[in-house]
Design a protein around this ligand. Structure first.
Ligand SMILES: [Zn+2]
Length: 79
């Protein structure tokens, strides 16, 4: 089985400061619930933190970027 890992894109500190913390997803290491299918928005997928290369799960949206905060290093990025 091929596992796709989406690599997050670093954002600038200025951009990170303007983010609404309540709208930020947190990268977690918990496995996804069964029944989530890519193509449904939002969906759950594996994402790699571009700062510390931690791989975790986050809810992503197929329509636009979502902002994620790494649960390990605290770095904010978009995916
Ligand atoms: Zn990180």
């Amino acid at each position: 089985m091929e596992i796709k890992v989406k690599v997050g894109e670093k954002i600038s500190e200025e951009e990170a400061k303007t983010l609404d913390p309540s709208k930020k997803a947190v990268l977690v290491n918990a496995p996804p619930k069964t029944g989530d299918v890519e193509g449904q928005a939002p969906y759950r997928d594996m994402v790699m933190c571009p700062c510390c290369y931690n791989v975790g799960w986050a809810w992503l949206d197929t329509e636009y970027y979502i902002y994620v905060q790494c649960g390990r290093c605290g770095c904010s990025f978009k995916a």
